[in-house]
Design a protein around this ligand. Structure first.
Ligand code: CP
Length: 322
């Protein structure tokens, strides 16, 4: 059973086919095959969402399936039914799960205890759907405009276009998007530099995950944002107060203020560097409005590509069902 809980659940050898499929689905939207026909995929969400919820609901529908949105508090999981029993029961009804929750262990347990594919739609540890959509957005910019017809090599040039590029993540270096970009950068052969205040390290379980994947030490960290963005092809940031951290708001804004992506900081990257943000953005906090208005800001391409890449992930996992 194939799941998508971490970026590395796709082997490097599987990436070209995945991203070639994403491009095909994007180019043929409304005309492509419907590999989820007759299937229902449940979406269990414990946190708010605009992009993830809408892109998965639309994507499952466009692939011929039925999306079933379940707010955690509307099902017995929210009243104490165990993850294990929830996984066993839902496996009898639906064909796959899309899960947004706090504790990463929950998505792992749903995958371990159920018999259907599970997709991580964000945990406190990782946000792999976001990073694969981001990577595809960069492939569209840097890769070939058309793909060869040779099925074996399709997508190789897309994925290869990221190799050797540098991404700089500025701000909350311990957040799920930063963690996921560390995994993603190592998987795609990119360099990653992170800048943020001291004391916001990744959770120990992330360091264990990095080591398990053979990526220990696969990033550079500095407290100097200018050092991080120097020679960067991409400058990336996320909100300073992630969901679940609201009680730390004033302290986080205080210590992270020097890491705001201003026009000056953006100018310290390569002249053609791109600005990315997973959204929602707080203009005037982690990024200034002038940067969001820049022609090199590609945040809405990122958001759109959530749909196309997640459809490719859904189709790939559905095809792997036993
Ligand atoms: N980037 C992202 O996951 O957005 P939502 O929280 O709106 O789903």
């Amino acid at each position: 059973m194939k799941h998508f809980l971490h970026e590395t659940d796709f082997k490097a050898s599987e990436l070209p086919a995945l991203f070639a499929l994403a491009r095909e689905l994007k180019q043929n939207r409304g005309r492509h095959a419907r590999p989820l026909a007759g299937q229902t995929w449940a979406m269990i969400f414990s946190k708010s969402s605009t992009r993830t919820r809408v892109s998965f609901e639309v994507g499952i529908h466009e692939l011929g399936g039925n999306p079933l949105f379940l707010n955690r508090n509307d099902i017995q999981l929210g009243r104490g039914e165990t993850i294990a029993d929830t996984a066993r029961v839902l496996s009898r009804f639906v064909h796959g799960l899309v899960v947004r929750t706090f504790d990463h262990a929950e998505v792992q347990q749903l995958a371990d205890m159920g018999t259907i594919p599970v997709i991580n739609a964000l945990t406190d540890l990782l946000h792999p759907c976001q990073i694969f959509a981001d990577a595809f957005t960069l492939m569209e910019r840097w890769g070939p405009s058309s793909l060869g017809s040779d099925a074996a090599s399709r997508g190789d040039d897309l994925v290869g276009s990221l190799r050797g590029r540098k991404i700089a993540f500025v701000g909350d270096r311990g957040c799920n998007v930063a963690n996921s970009w560390i995994l993603g950068a190592n998987l795609f052969g990119m360099k990653i530099s992170l800048a943020g205040p001291p004391g916001f390290d990744a959770a120990p379980e992330f360091d264990q995950l990095l080591a398990r994947e053979g990526f220990a030490g696969g990033y550079h960290f500095t407290t100097d944002p200018v050092e991080a963005v120097r020679d960067a092809d991409v400058v990336y940031t996320d909100v300073w107060v992630s969901m679940g951290k609201e009680e730390e708001t004033s302290e986080r804004i205080r210590v992270m203020s020097p890491y705001a992506v201003t026009e000056e900081l953006f100018a310290a990257a390569k002249p053609d560097a791109l600005f990315m943000h997973c959204l929602p953005a707080h203009a005037g906090e982690e990024v200034m409005q002038e940067v969001l208005d820049s022609p090199r800001c590609i945040i809405f391409d990122q958001a759109e590509n959530r749909l196309h890449v997640q459809k490719a992930i859904l189709a790939t996992l559905a095809a792997g069902r036993t």
